[in-house]
Design a protein around this ligand. Structure first.
Ligand code: SF4
Length: 473
């Protein structure tokens, strides 16, 4: 997926002016956060479970080389294949090679954010393969030629009316009198089309929520069951995933599964949890003849052992974006790449570079809600602040901000001068605001006053009031 993260400001302005998006985000705000709060309230050991989830991921990351090798050995022992991909190019080449070797023409795909990250669909299509997304949200976006706007609810920015219109435009077999008013109608229509694709597909590609080192298994969760059909019906199953999805044991995976659904959608468990271990065995009723795992690095291993390593604990539940006031205002597309919201503000600069994605860690109010709900306790605001520091050190911060902060630092290091200047500035602003008590325009604050008035300071500084209190006034 091509990044527009560098254009976050323009993307955000466009998003804020979109009334359809505003309606969708209002619906969204009322959904997941409330369900998560209820699910957490129903599980007294939830906080202890978060500690355990963090411990499992920290331990795995500290020994990732060992667990990756153990996983590879276990997959091979069960007749599967493991492909290592350092870059998006290598990952695309690995998947394409498997498809070609299988003589594939049709590929069914489950939801995979890594496939978005490496731009897989375009590569396969350019080579003449038909690729069909089987997650309903991803399928809708595919026919609209749009990118996901959320990692677990990729089409949340759309209304059902828009989807019905898209189906009428693109589904040649859809009778004009067939109703598409209710979500169930839309679902039925998608199912009719996708069932045929599942049956005809030569290759199924899924992501993985977890990789289990001890058994060589991959685990995915879905609420639609499309993942099961994608990985059991085609002849070949390819799991495309990042190396950080590793956990040591199946028991560790179940601990994290207990956190995942509650944090993501407020469910105790996702409707389908599917564990795949190697290709079909002689006495299995179904399953693929060939099983491949493509392990993608793409910048992840460079974070190991650094102050950013904690971001690799992420289990992609989406809770941080579900609770983020910035995401709730601008939606996912404004972030300009695969991972939006607070996790994107930390991960995207790591994977894309600070020059491309440097706006994202600045798009935060630091309210801390993301960290308070993260099931594996990633200190997202602290990591965003680290990116800001790096931006400053590398002189990537815009000149007005650098000069403004330099001026503030000059005064902040001289408390008496600071108090005198602040007192003068406050009185001046109060005078300019007059009886209205608001300023329409503010020197150096044009971006603020372009959308709202600036409330005038009360006329006395905090230091004045504090000194007065100490004097007993
Ligand atoms: S950073 Fe935490 S809350 Fe956000 S998606 Fe990852 S695990 Fe979930």
């Amino acid at each position: 997926m091509k990044s527009t993260a560098h254009a976050f400001r323009e993307n955000s302005r466009r998003a804020l002016a979109d009334p359809g998006l505003a309606r969708a985000l209002t619906r969204f705000r009322a959904g997941f956060p409330l369900k998560r709060a209820q699910a957490v309230a129903d599980l007294p050991e939830f906080e202890a479970l978060r500690d355990e989830g963090k411990r499992i991921k920290d331990h795995t990351l500290a020994h990732l080389d060992l667990y990756l090798e153990r996983f590879e050995a276990a997959v091979r022992a069960r007749g599967g294949h493991v492909h290592w991909a350092r870059t998006p190019e290598e990952a695309r080449a690995a998947v394409l090679g498997i498809c070609r070797a299988a003589g594939a023409r049709l590929v069914a795909k489950g939801k995979s954010m890594v496939s978005e990250e490496i731009g897989l669909n375009a590569t396969l299509e350019a080579e003449g393969l038909e690729v069909v997304e089987t997650d309903l949200g991803e399928y809708i976006l595919q026919i609209r030629k749009e990118a996901p706007s959320h990692i677990i609810a990729p089409a949340l920015h759309l209304s059902k009316e828009q989807v019905a219109e898209d189906f009428r435009r693109t589904h040649a077999q859809l009778p004009p009198d067939r109703p598409l008013d209710a979500p169930a109608d839309i679902l039925a229509e998608a199912r009719t089309l996708l069932r045929g694709k599942f049956l005809a597909a030569d290759v199924g590609i899924t992501g993985a929520n977890f990789l289990v080192a001890e058994t060589g298994s991959t685990v995915i969760v879905t609420n639609e069951g499309n993942g099961d059909l994608t990985q059991t019906l085609p002849r070949v199953h390819i799991v495309l995933t990042g190396i950080e999805k590793m956990v040591p044991t199946l028991e560790d995976a179940t601990t994290l599964l207990r956190l995942l659904a509650r944090s993501a959608t407020g469910q105790e468990f996702s409707t389908y949890t599917t564990v795949s271990t190697g290709p079909r065995r002689a006495d299995d009723p179904d399953g693929p003849a060939d099983f491949h795992v493509v392990l993608v690095d793409n910048g992840r291993s460079a974070l190991l052992g650094t102050e950013m390593q904690e971001v690799l604990r992420c289990i992609r539940c989406g809770a941080c974006m579900n609770h983020c006031p910035v995401y709730a205002a601008v939606g996912g597309h404004a972030y300009g790449w695969v991972y939006p919201g607070p996790i994107g503000a930390v991960l995207d600069p790591a994977l894309l570079g600070l020059e491309e994605a440097g706006h994202l860690p600045n798009a935060s109010t630091f309210c801390g809600r993301c960290e308070s709900v993260c099931p594996v306790r990633i200190p997202l605001p602290r990591l965003m602040r680290l990116w800001r520091e790096k931006e400053w050190e590398r002189k990537l911060t815009p000149a007005p901000a650098r000069h403004g902060l330099g001026l503030w630092a000059f005064f902040a290091r001289r408390p008496r001068l600071y108090a005198a200047a602040a007192g003068l500035g406050v009185r001046l602003l109060a005078l300019l605001a007059g009886r209205r008590g608001r300023l329409r325009r503010l020197p150096l604050g044009g971006n603020w006053t372009a959308a709202r008035d600036f409330p005038a300071p009360a006329g006395r500084t905090f230091q004045d009031l504090y000194a007065e209190r100490r004097r007993g006034g």
